[in-house]
Design a protein around this ligand. Structure first.
Ligand code: TYD
Length: 204
């Protein structure tokens, strides 16, 4: 039996540019000889991807949104994340539960206790080994969102929504500074990757 794999998540407001770094993280780990599975939330399983379509495009009550995020997460954990880690592969996910605290609590205003209750139910103490938080000031993320071709239900939110989301992310990083590493995403891609490499090295 090999040692269980590690779970790495990437977070940030829409427009922070985190998706650019997903492949870099996976390729870096593969070069170290790791088997890596790249996934995303909401999504990552056939059911989760169906829920993602609804979450991104269908108007709904904020509590429904939160519950569907965690329904997708439960399926993701049961079907993909936990079995993959158990067989020794590493999992890199574009977003996870920190996004629920940032968007549904910070952005939508749902009480953090509700999210914590769902987190305890679905994750039973499980959490990422490392979270990279791509942080940019609201105006930078706003300009990047405006340049994007199509906008989903979240990306159409007001700048004030994204300021709350960003602040909620930063508060979480302050509370868990070892797991959540804040990266200044205004830097060049090369400068960011020079910061990310040592963080991955420290996990290996
Ligand atoms: P993302 O994949 O980053 O969007 P894109 O495909 O445009 O890069 O994330 C989809 C959206 O889902 C994003 O706006 C944030 C939102 N989201 C939440 O609101 N709560 C959550 O728990 C998760 C995982 C995502």
């Amino acid at each position: 039996m090999s040692a269980p794999g590690k779970f790495i998540t990437l977070e940030g407001v829409d427009g922070a540019g985190k998706s650019t770094h997903l492949d870099f993280v996976a390729d870096w780990l593969r070069r170290q000889g790791r088997e890596v599975v790249v996934t995303r939330e909401p999504g990552g399983t056939p059911l989760g991807e169906t829920l993602r379509e609804l979450l991104l495009h269908q108007a709904m009550d904020p509590d429904t949104e939160l519950l569907l995020m965690f329904a997708a997460r439960q399926q993701h954990l049961a079907e993909l994340i936990l079995p993959t880690l158990a067989r020794g592969a590493w999992v890199v996910s574009d977003r996870f539960t920190d996004a629920s605290y940032a968007y549904q609590c910070g952005g939508r205003g749902i009480a953090a206790e509700r999210i914590a209750a769902l987190e305890a139910w679905v994750q039973r103490g499980f959490s990422p080994d490392l979270t990279l938080l791509f942080d940019v000031p609201p105006e930078v993320a706003g300009a990047r969102r405006a340049a994007a071709r199509t906008a989903d239900r979240f990306e159409r939110e007001a700048d004030s929504f994204f300021s709350r989301v960003r602040n909620a992310y930063l508060e979480r990083a302050q509370a868990e500074p070892v797991r959540i590493r804040v990266l200044d995403a205004r830097q060049s891609i090369a400068a960011l990757q020079a910061e990310i490499g040592p963080l991955l090295q420290a996990l290996a």
